[in-house]
Structures are given as C-alpha cells and as structure tokens.
Design a protein around this ligand. Structure first.
Ligand code: ADP
Ligand code: MG
Length: 689
C-alpha cells in the first residue's frame, strides 16, 4: 500500500494526484514524509471570556441566537455563550440546512481565528460541530497538523490523506533501516513511531521544541535523511574507485622544472596539496579531489601543475571556470606559464565566433590541443576530446554536482574516466563539507603567500561617498589601482548595468584626471576582456565593475576596493569581492558603502567582515545567517532539497551520520541501498551518472 500511487487512496483521482505532485508527492509513502509546518491545538477549550484577538482557539457554548443579516451580502450570525462571555460565529456561505442546525439552546464547538468584530469577538467561517448530548467538546485528541499548502488542496484534505497513509503504515510499518545500536545510542524512536508522532502529536507534546525542529522524532528522520544523502554520495565515490583512469606516472622532471622556474616559491600548503594531487594522479583510478583555499591562497598555480603533469604524460587536461572573465584570465596565465614549454592552451567559450570554435573543436578532437581552457561550454554537445585525462573545475560552488559529473562523463573513453580536481574559494564548515562533498577527498590550502597584509575593512554610509572618492584619488596618486563595485541587481541586468553606468559617470566627472574603465555583465565578452586587460596592464586606474569580477580576478596592483550597496550582498560574496585586493605587497583597503539605515542582519554581516579576513569564519557566519543553500550557491549546487533535515540546524548529527554510514556500508550494503532508495528514489539521484 505505501508504495502505491496516490490514486490508491480514497478520494484521490488523477486531478488531485496532479496537484499533490506540486508538493513532491507521488506515492502513498511520500505523504508520511510531508511533515507539518506547525500545529494547532484543538484539544484544549479556551473560555470565551478569555479569548484574545488574533489567536486560533477552540471554544464551546450554547447558541443564544442565530440570524441572517445583510451587510452588503447575506451573513449567518450565530452567537454562542459559555457563561464566561459571548462570541459570534459568522458565515458568508451557508446552506439552509446549516442554518437550521443552529437552534437556540443547542451546544456547538468551534475552532477559528478570533477577531474583533463590531459587536465583540467573532470567528469567521470557523470549523465547527454541533454537539450531541454527552459528546465531548474537544475536536481532536491530538494536536492538529498544518501542512505545507498547495493550490487547490485544503488542509482538511491533507489531514484526511495523511490519516489514510498513517493507517496504511500501522498495518504494514516501513522497515526499520537504522541499526539498533545507533537508535539506542542516540535515544531515537522507531521510524513509524517518529512519523506518527510528528503527524498527530499528543496534546502534551512540546510544540516549541517541534517548531525548532529539535524534537527527537524530527532528529530521527533528519538523521536517516542525512544518512541517505551521504550514502548516495559515497556510492558515487565507490563507483569511481572501481572505474579505470589513466595512471599519470611520467613527467616528474618537467613538473619539477616548472615549479623551480616559477617567479615565486610555493607555500608549504601549496606544496602539500601538490603532493597529494600528484599522488592521486599516479593511481589507475580517477582522482576525485576538492581543494578548498581562501581567496588569494594560490589555487591556480596548483591547478596548472596538475595540468602539466597530465600533458607531460601525453594526455589532455581541461580547466573550466564559471565566468568568461575568469576563464580568460586562466587562459592568459596558463599561456604565459607554459609558453617556454611550447604548450598553447585552446580556448572554448559560449560566445566565441563559429570559425574559432570550429578550429578549437578540431584541435581538441585530434589531440593537438593538450590543454583546453573554457567556461561550461566545455561539456556541451559537440565537444569531443581525444584523450581527456584530467578535468579541473575552478570555483566549483558555482557549478552543480550534475555539471561536475557531466564533465567527468565527457572524458570517458577506453582508458577510463578522467581525474577530477575541483577547487573552491568558499571554504565551508567541516560538518557541511561532510554532507556536500562526501564523494570527494579534500585538500585545504590554509596558508596565504608570504608578504600579504590583511585587508582592512570599513563600513561607511553612502552619504560619505565624497570622502571615499577622495580616497580613490589618493590611492591612485600613490601608484595604486582601485575597484569600484556595483551590486548585481537580481534578475535585472538592465538596472544592473545602469547602476554601473551611473557610478562610472559619477567617477569620471569627479576624477577627471584619472583613467576610469567600466565592465559589466551586458558587455560583449571581448569588450569585457579588453576592459579587464587594460586594468591589469595599468592603463586604467579605476575599474567600475558589477559583480562579474566576483570570482577569481587577479590584479595584484589593485589595493583599494569600494563596494556599493554592500548591505544587499551576502557575506561570502563580499568576502570573495574583497579577495580581489590584498594580492600585492601594499596594504589594501576595502570600503563597504551602505545605504542607511541598516537592518540587523546586514549590520551583523558588515561587522563580520570588519572583524575578520578569515574565509572559514566568514563562511561559518554566513551559514548561520543565511543557511546552506546560499553558501553552496543555491540552485546551482545540484544539492537536492532535504525534506526533513536542515544542514545548519542538524550539523551536529553529521559526525555520527558519517560513522554510521561507513559502518552500514561495510556490514550491510543492502540496507544502505534501501536507505538511499527510501529518501532519494531509485536513481539515488547522484548515483546514476
Ligand atoms: P586563488 O586561490 O584565489 O585562485 P590565485 O591562484 O589567483 O588565488 O593566486 C593569487 C595570487 O597569488 C596570484 O597573483 C598568484 O600568482 C600569486 N601566488 C600564488 N602562489 C604564490 C606563492 N606561493 N607566492 C607568491 N605569490 C603566489
Ligand atoms: Mg582562483
């Protein structure tokens, strides 16, 4: 029954089933996991004399008077009293039969929102029942669940359907999939008990705790859900371990020479991570490694070393970046670094001309392009690699799990799967990383190149814009360069570009002696690139930009960053933007311009940035303030929505989830598979790539 389609339930036809699909409900069992958003108490009677407007209450009383009145339209008014006071039940839609029920002297019980009417308290269209002799006034012996709403499906209907599903569950309870030692250790109820409790909590349930999502029954479900997601990612990982990959065993000398010739010495952290990567690449199974490193920690050169290793072994490497600007910058960097080795990277982007694209595709297909740099155009149709053995994905939080896996699949050939290196500057707290990246090994570059001075950050109301313009003038006079960043205006690149144009006009007028440039999302890639390039070469001293420069851009001589409307941006994004300065030897500054007055959260955000330059702390605070979706890049992450668990609230469960998962995987693989199936469906979502 639980695995049947919803139409197996009484009262569900194809039309209703369709509506229920909007709530993600397909099978009877899904109803069990549609947890209430909140609860109402229809078990406790409230004395009418003690009613408070705005509350939803259960009352009972004797009908004093029932009449229809015309107030623009016909109303049925039923006044009831319980001796302590009176309340009017008001109906706009009613049948003759309903009207006849409310004889003076009968007892009724009603539940609804209390409002102040013209003549005392009233309830509009309450749920009600006419009481027979001796019948209890309570409407329910459990708290009433209020479910997430969907168009055209009433709460009463959802309650009826969940009733049916709960009945089906008690007849054939779902298998208990958590090992007993775990449930005992954590003091967790059985799955069926937990589900039943959450749908129909007893009157004495701790509603506060339930609303906070901290009830043991909720934790029980959250735990299993986290476990399912974790297991699913571990499956991906395990599959990869059985895949073949080209073992990259040659080229030590080339790589060593390259590192020796770099204009700087690798930091200890970079060296450590390089060793880990080179080690992985020698294996005959695909590497799946994530590099986390704060902005400016020097991830690009580490990626370059990995690419060179592949090239030295006679196979292809590809690096993908989320924006054209960043991809272009990588292309230039790699071209410079590899020029003396005779390696010329091919370029692939969505906006390139047909002829250039054709040439690039040909070189990629016949293997003459040893290294390919590009945007997500890299894994679109028509791109065929000759022998792709390494895929590097920069700023991976901008891409989804699915895109990551699509590119991995691109390289599948006789020699197996490509090695994968994904990089992110959004360090995420350990527990969240456990949940999100369980399919990856992680390396952390936890050291900045020497000589970097922390960026000093100040928050200034935009009424003091004039002073800040003077700071720009002074910085340029001292030989420095400055960014002036305007916020991306959500879903309107027109406004976005106008905001940037406006600041550009303001600055060119205020600073006539300076060369001011402009880049924004609406410009053609070639124009954008020209602007960036001019800034890089120092031809432009002040660059007005939208947040297109958010990721990756590297111009060490820029030491001043002004961010307009900083109050509108998220913490991680501000941290990323700020990471564009502080890359050279000069003391750098970041000015967060805001429009007063600041809300509480905005104030807190700006304070965090003022107080720390540490990406991990910023990420932790961001997580607390905004939740994991935003931090991981929301919609783009491909992280499926959790039904019960909340990665922030339930983070403390992760270490135990991880331990249990590893135990279950080895001791009972069928059980592991069943857990994934229950929560993620047959495909296991991630597993099916
Ligand atoms: P991110 O980790 O943010 O991608 P980048 O790779 O863009 O950082 O590096 C930031 C800057 O630091 C670049 O100009 C790069 O050349 C420089 N850099 C990288 N590693 C070192 C190092 N070990 N010593 C000095 N400078 C370095
Ligand atoms: Mg980078």
């Amino acid at each position: 029954m639980l695995s049947d389609a919803l139409t197996a339930l009484k009262g569900v036809g194809p039309a209703l089933a369709k509506k229920l699909e909007n709530l993600g409900l397909y099978r009877v069992e899904d109803l069990l996991f549609l947890l209430p958003l909140r609860y109402e108490d229809r078990t406790q009677l409230v004395r009418i004399g003690a009613l408070v407007a705005g509350n939803r209450c259960l009352v009972t009383g004797e009908v004093l008077l029932s009449e229809t009145a015309f107030r623009g339209r016909r109303n049925l008014l039923v006044r009831i009293s319980d001796g302590s006071g009176q309340v009017t039940l008001r109906f706009f839609h009613f049948s003759r039969q309903q009207q006849a029920q409310f004889q003076a002297g009968v007892h009724v019980t009603a539940f609804g929102e209390v409002r102040r009417g013209n003549s005392g308290f009233e309830m509009i269209h309450p749920e009600y029942r006419v009481l027979r002799e001796g019948q209890s006034a309570a409407m329910s012996d459990a708290l009433t669940a209020i479910y997430p709403a969907t168009e055209g499906v009433q709460q009463g209907r959802l309650r009826n359907l969940t009733d049916q599903a709960l009945r089906a569950m008690s007849e054939a309870p779902p298998a208990e999939l958590l090992p007993e030692d775990v449930t005992t250790k954590l003091g967790m109820p059985s799955l069926a008990d937990a589900i039943h409790y959450l749908h129909r909590p007893p009157p004495d349930a701790d509603i506060e705790q339930m609303l906070a999502g901290r009830h043991p029954c909720q934790q029980r479900l959250a735990f299993e859900e986290l476990l399912a997601h974790y297991l699913s990612l571990r499956n991906v990982r395990a599959l990869a371990e059985t895949d073949d990959a080209t073992a990259l065993t040659r080229g030590q000398e080339t790589v060593g020479h390259f590192i020796g010739e770099l204009p700087f010495k690798l930091t200890g952290a970079q060296q450590r991570v390089v060793t880990e990567i080179l080690d992985d690449l020698q294996q005959a199974h695909p590497m799946m490694r994530l590099i986390q490193g704060d902005v400016g920690s020097g991830k690009t050169v580490v990626a370059a070393i990995a690419c060179l290793k592949a090239i030295a072994c006679g196979v292809q490497a590809a690096i993908m970046a989320p924006t054209e600007i960043l991809a272009e910058q990588h292309w230039r960097n790699f071209s410079d670094w590899f020029r003396s080795l005779g390696i010329e990277p091919a370029w692939l982007s969505g906006s390139q001309k047909a002829a250039a694209r054709r040439d690039a595709l040909a070189a990629i297909a016949d293997g003459s392009a040893q290294l390919v740099v590009g945007t997500h155009a890299l894994f679109q149709e028509g791109v065929e690699f000759a022998n792709l053995a390494l895929v590097v994905i920069d700023e991976q939080h901008r891409f989804g799990v699915h895109q990551r896996m699509a590119l991995r699949d691109k390289g599948v050939d006789d020699a197996g799967h490509p090695h994968q290196l994904v990089m992110t500057a959004t360090p995420i707290p350990r527990t969240l990383a456990m949940a999100a990246y369980a399919d990856l090994d992680t390396s952390v570059i936890d050291e900045l190149p020497p000589g970097r001075q922390p960026v000093t950050t100040i928050a200034v109301p935009d009424t003091r814009r004039g002073e800040i313009v003077e700071r720009v003038r002074a910085a340029v006079a001292a030989g420095q360069q400055a960014y002036w960043v305007c916020p991306l205006i959500e879903e309107s690149d027109v406004l976005d570009y106008q905001a940037a144009e406006k600041s550009y006009a303001m600055l060119t007028e205020a600073l006539p002696e300076l060369r001011v440039g402009l880049v924004h999302g609406r410009m053609r890639p070639a124009e954008k690139d020209k602007g960036m390039q001019a800034f890089k070469e120092g031809l432009i001293q002040v660059l007005v930009a939208t947040t297109v420069i958010e990721v990756g851009v590297d111009v060490p001589n820029a030491s001043l960053m002004i961010i307009e409307n900083a109050e509108r941006m998220g913490l991680s994004q501000l941290h990323q933007l700020r990471g564009r300065v502080g890359r050279g030897a000069a003391q750098s500054h970041c000015v967060l311009l805001y429009k007063p007055p600041l809300g509480r959260i905005a104030k807190e955000r700006l304070a965090v940035l003022r107080d720390t330059n540490d990406g991990f702390i910023v990420a932790q605070r961001d997580l607390e303030l905004r939740g994991p979706g935003e931090l991981l890049g929301t919609r783009q992450t491909g992280l499926p929505d959790y039904r019960v668990a909340n990665l922030v609230r339930d983070a403390e469960l992760m270490p135990q989830v991880q331990m249990s998962a590893e135990a279950i995987r080895t001791s009972s693989p069928e059980r592991a598979a069943a857990i994934v199936r229950r929560w993620l469906g047959d495909a296991g979502r991630y597993g099916k790539v």
